[in-house]
Design a protein around this ligand. Structure first.
Ligand code: PMP
Length: 372
């Protein structure tokens, strides 16, 4: 975005670091096939919708009261879910929840970042890490990746040793590339970060349930500066709910209490999330379907001659295009909205229903001549 565009807030005394910035936002266009924000394409099952209505009705009777500030029942159930699916025993003392994992990340930066401090991410990665850093007054350091989008461990170690960041973000699977980070790499960066400062290491596992790899949750054992961030927006098909959570040493959960707003998580949100957690098995069934559709998109794109980054997420990065924006528009003109993340040469498509993916594959077939 050009710095010369005039903006409605130009005459307001906004903070200097916000000048010339754009708000985060993918286009919300009215298009038949929307595969641009890594949403789960499956609406919640009717039985779950009924259960949500029931639990919200109960919660409504108490809406004159503030919600459970500590979200005890919800954190207990999230801990149970993690213990069952990630192969490591955690309790509610290890778990904290907020309005989307974006708010979790914001609370972490408010607690461990802030003015005079820095955070690092290995880019391209989830752009909100840098934006939340800016919003919390935390300096941002852009770390490198290899050409295949894996993390260059030696280069990462070197930049951590040199910059001594207060917070290290590792996104696994990474958005927008789909790249998973193995436990060995996480441990190497954790050691480097402890030697340098010590700093907090935040593993953003928003897409963890879609990975071929096991969760990194067991690594939080005996690593008091390691935090895992998760969300119900993707695997639980509940992006509209706004429920994210972290797993870490209990002291981390205690520390974020210093910055969380009182009663940040509404009773309606807590009731809805609890209902969704009762239907975990059905929802994880959709995850299994999405993983196999993701793998089909990867192999069909490769068969068409596209470059495709290995994906452990519910989306696929493909290219390479001489002009990715023109390719994006070409696909959009055929009724399919994908994402141009500004990674030169590449686009990203979320795995949808089989019919949506077919529509996407039909649209890109007409693009084969455009591949650089
Ligand atoms: N982390 C990553 C890597 C993401 O891609 C996203 C959503 N696009 C989030 C966190 C935030 O998701 P939410 O706030 O919906 O939990």
């Amino acid at each position: 975005h050009s710095g010369t565009t005039s903006r409605p807030w130009d005459d307001l005394p906004i903070r200097d670091e916000l000048r010339g910035q754009s708000p985060y936002g993918a286009p919300q266009l009215d298009v038949p096939v929307r595969l641009n924000t890594n949403e789960n394409p499956y609406p919640l099952p009717e039985a779950l919708v009924d259960r949500i209505a029931e639990r919200v009705r109960e919660a409504a009777r108490d809406l004159n009261r503030y919600p459970d500030r500590d979200a005890v029942e919800l954190r207990t159930e999230l801990a149970r879910y993690l213990t069952r699916t990630a192969g490591h025993q955690v309790t509610r003392a290890n778990v904290w929840a907020a309005n989307g994992s974006n708010e979790v990340l914001q609370q972490l930066l408010q607690t461990f970042g802030g003015p005079g401090r820095t955070a690092i991410g290995f880019e391209p990665s989830y752009s909100m890490h840098a934006l939340i850093a800016r919003g919390t007054g935390t300096g941002w350091i852009s770390g490198p990746r290899n050409d295949d989008f894996t993390i260059d461990v030696e280069a990462a170690r070197a930049v951590i040793a040199r910059e001594r960041p207060d917070v290290v973000f590792i996104t696994s699977p990474n958005n927008p590339t789909g790249t998973a980070v193995d436990a060995e790499t996480v441990l190497a960066l954790y050691e480097a970060a402890q030697a340098a400062r010590p700093s907090m290491v935040v593993v953003d596992e928003a897409y963890g349930e879609f990975s071929h790899h096991a969760s990194l949750l067991p690594l939080i054992e005996a690593r008091p500066h390691l935090v895992l961030s998760r969300t119900m927006s993707k695997a639980f098909g509940a992006a509209g709910l706004r429920l994210g959570y972290l797993a870490a040493d209990p002291a981390v959960v205690d520390a974020v209490q210093l910055v969380r707003l009182p009663y940040h998580l509404s009773s309606v949100t807590q009731a809805t999330a609890l209902a969704a957690l009762e239907h975990t098995d059905t929802l994880l069934g959709y995850v299994a379907q999405l993983k196999s559709e993701r793998d089909r998109i990867v192999s069909e794109l490769r068969a068409l001659g596209f470059d495709v980054t290995d994906s452990d997420a519910n989306f696929v990065q493909f290219g390479r295009f001489a002009d990715s924006h023109t390719a994006w528009q070409h696909i959009l003109d055929r009724g399919v909205l994908v994402r141009d993340n500004g990674v030169p040469g590449w686009l990203r498509v979320s795995a949808g229903t089989p019919a949506e993916n077919d529509a996407f594959l039909d649209a890109v077939r007409t693009l084969v001549n455009e591949i650089a």
